[in-house]
Design a protein around this ligand. Structure first.
Ligand code: DGL
Length: 269
């Protein structure tokens, strides 16, 4: 699995709960994070280098934890990989379509993810009648990294309200909000509360992580990989391209699964 940085560890959590016996190789491209503000061409180039690093380690499946990389580089990554590649966008769209009751979906993500239109395309391909509005929320990544994520945090609440008010102004009927970024699950409580306040009714908040884990399980099954469900907990080997703030940030995103982590090894791509 790779991500632009450590945010993708939120996806590691989900993978470890659905596929606990699998060994995971995680690469965070911390030297070049953020991807969210970069051009599609640059994101594609960085993503190909990340994927090659994993392929060189003999992985049987590649998971793109990063929404920005998934939204901008999936076709190039699939073309360059001899093993199956699963991005974050399709699973996120699956979760959203399963959750919506009225067919009004809001998506929030980085600039790169929103500009790509990837969620709109994924949803339109499966449910053309669904209405989707998407909004870039660049301040949410630094908030999550600072740890200002508490449900009652006044700054997180104010930022969430400023962004989500724009989203609900565009479609007041939104009943499902997709967290289209690795970092946003840390702000789930605030986002859910503010969205529900703005809508005046409960809004379902979904992300890609669990649906990605289910897609990974299905891909491994259909590739005939042995079922490791009953094996003892798998290894979690983490690599990164820069060490800055790793020790502070990684545990925040990994949550309970951090006991499985042995630390980061620094690599050059
Ligand atoms: N991992 C990115 C994503 O999910 C967020 C951080 C970044 O901009 O690189 O879109």
């Amino acid at each position: 699995m790779f991500d632009s940085g450590v945010g993708g560890l939120t996806v590691v959590r989900a993978i470890r709960s659905v596929l606990p016996g699998e060994d995971i190789v995680y690469l965070g491209d911390t030297a070049r994070v953020p991807y969210g503000s970069k051009s599609p061409r640059t994101v594609e180039r960085y993503s190909l280098a990340c994927q090659q690093f994993l392929l060189d380690r003999g992985v049987k499946l590649v998971l793109i934890a990063c929404n920005t990389a998934s939204a901008n580089a999936l076709p190039a990554l699939v073309a360059a990989s001899p093993v199956p590649v699963i991005g974050a966008v399709e699973p996120g769209a699956t979760s959203a379509l399963a959750a919506t009751r009225n067919g009004h979906i809001g998506v929030i993500g980085t600039l790169g993810t929103v500009r790509s239109g990837a969620y709109a395309k994924a949803i339109a391909a499966r449910a053309p009648e669904v209405q989707l509005v998407a909004l870039a929320c660049p301040l949410l990544v630094p908030l999550a990294e600072e740890g200002w994520t508490d449900d009652a945090d006044e700054i997180a609440t104010a930022v969430a309200r400023r962004y989500l008010a724009q989203l609900f102004a565009r479609d007041p009927l939104i009943d499902t909000l997709v967290l289209g970024c690795t970092h946003y699950p840390l702000l789930r409580g605030v986002l859910e509360r503010v969205a529900s306040e703005l809508a005046n009714r409960p809004v379902a908040v979904v992300d890609s992580a669990t649906a990605m884990a289910n897609a990974a399980r299905d891909a491994l099954r259909s590739a005939g990989a042995p079922d490791l469900a009953r094996r003892a907990a798998g290894r979690l080997d983490c690599f990164a391209t820069d060490a800055t703030r790793l020790d502070e940030l990684a545990p925040r995103f990994l949550g309970e699964a951090r006991t499985a982590m042995t630390g980061f090894e620094l690599v050059d791509l």
